[in-house]
Design a protein around this ligand. Structure first.
Ligand code: FE2
Length: 444
């Protein structure tokens, strides 16, 4: 199948994963040859933002220098505000369950109710502890209102945003990221941003990663190319606004140690005129994922579909992986082509961006999700098993599908909201209950 044409919009970004970039919205905003001159250019303030410890190995060191109109310290004291439906450690509202769980899509907010991107976040499940830099949370977002006088940054984790419905525009300290369903964005912790909704409403998923920053997975015997290629990741070019609030101050909301805090701020904090460094937000078009799969027989492990990984301290065991199941050819011979039945030490939250997932033709819907915790058995439903066991195994292009998985080495505890909602399917396990024995010693 043809790749999408390169969009002229790509020119608004800097291409490459993990590069050291330099970008100026005004010529000369970034000082030449040093980071913190006695007087920074253009009367700007120099500020360093570090995403790793100062002494992290050079190839993993993430930090950027920002040259801004006003320094970040210029705000009123933070005060606690309601956490709305965001949850964080300890994830103990309800007990984690070995039962397989599945949810229908959550409804968008009613039009009379104004809900922005931050207020529209609903936590479904989580594990680990943001203060210990281990674990992750699974959130949904359902929003219908722009963040017009409000800015946000997260001290606890990186947001990996997976839109399912409606475009998002992220105005960040580093520049603008325009995001549509089929793309993802990563907003590393500490970076301030504001979200507006070009399509008036939006819905999708967020993986909040408390662990080490996302990396591209190692490719092993695949070689130096394949899966998500570095060249296709896009970081924004510097863009700034010099904007003072009116009579009502802007709000700066911070997720800090699991709670929401808010400060008043008299100016837009998106006032970075130039920056350079290795720590910045980025986006990626999932249609550019180079799928590697069998051309002979059997279904490889789903690790071949890993887009990004946050490692743990144990080599080969992810804190959390982001994995996709994109459009691809299915050509395996004498093979049961859908995912095999399995039980897995890793815990898996799955969502659907569009189309149909090949293990569940019904019940698993765009905007919905499923959770299979550690060693919980799962696999194709009865209808899929029956069909796939009989199918004529011609090469088949599976085009109408884009599912994803957040896969963690820690057990996901669902939130109370996730267990109490009417969107939780009460009969999910029924999809397997007709899988009767076909065992027979009669080989005729
Ligand atoms: Fe699975």
């Amino acid at each position: 199948m043809a790749l999408p044409e390169r969009s002229p919009e790509c020119d608004n970004y800097l291409a490459g994963f993990g590069n050291h970039f330099l970008s100026e919205a005004e010529k000369g905003a970034v000082p030449h040859g040093q980071n913190s001159p006695q007087k920074a250019p253009l009367g700007l303030y120099a500020e360093q933002l570090s995403g790793t410890s100062f002494v992290m190995a050079r190839h993993e060191n993430l930090r950027s220098w920002l040259y801004r109109i006003r320094p970040s310290v210029l705000h009123s004291p933070f005060v606690r505000i309601a956490n709305q439906s965001i949850r964080s450690k300890p994830f103990n509202e309800v007990e984690a369950t070995p039962n397989q769980l599945r949810w229908d899509a959550f409804a968008l907010p009613e039009m009379y109710e104004k809900v922005d991107f931050i207020d529209g976040i609903k936590t479904i499940a989580g594990n680990g502890d943001s203060a210990s830099l281990r674990g992750s949370a699974v959130h949904l977002y359902c929003a219908n209102s722009d963040m017009s006088d409000r800015f946000f940054y997260n001290s606890d984790g990186d947001f990996l945003v997976v839109p399912e419905k409606g475009k998002l525009k992220f105005a960040t300290e580093f520049g603008i990221i325009a995001l549509a369903p089929g793309e993802i964005a990563v907003l590393p912790r500490g970076i301030k941003f504001q979200v507006t909704l070009p399509d008036k409403s939006a819905r999708g998923y967020i993986l909040e990663n408390y662990g080490p920053s996302f990396k591209l997975p190692g490719l092993g015997p695949i070689g130096s190319n394949g899966l998500a290629n570095s060249r296709d990741f896009l970081a924004p070019k510097a863009a700034y606004e010099e904007k003072l609030s009116g009579e009502q101050s802007f709000k700066l909301t911070n997720k800090f140690n699991g709670n929401l805090w808010q400060a008043e701020i008299s100016h837009s904090p998106l006032d970075v005129v130039g920056w350079h460094g290795t720590y910045y937000p980025y986006k990626y078009d999932l249609s550019l994922f180079n799928v590697i799969n069998t051309v002979s027989f059997d279904h490889p492990d789903p690790s071949i579909f890993t887009v990004l990984t946050s490692p743990s301290e144990l080599p080969g065991t992810a804190n959390v992986d982001f994995v996709i199941f994109p459009p691809r050819w299915m050509v395996a011979e004498h093979t049961f082509r859908p995912p095999y039945y399995h039980r897995n030490i890793m815990s898996e939250y799955m969502g659907l961006i569009f189309g149909v997932y090949d293990a569940k033709e019904e019940g698993f819907v765009p905007g919905g999700g499923s959770l299979h915790n550690t060693f919980s058995a799962h696999g194709p439903d009865q209808a899929t098993f029956n069909k796939a066991s009989q199918d004529d195994l011609k090469p088949n292009y599976q085009g109408n599908t884009l599912a994803f998985m957040f896969e963690s080495s820690l057990v996901y505890a669902p939130t109370k909201l996730a267990m109490d909602t009417s969107h939780l399917q009460k009969n999910y396990q029924n999809c397997w209950q007709g899988l009767n024995s076909n065992f027979s010693l009669d080989k005729s």
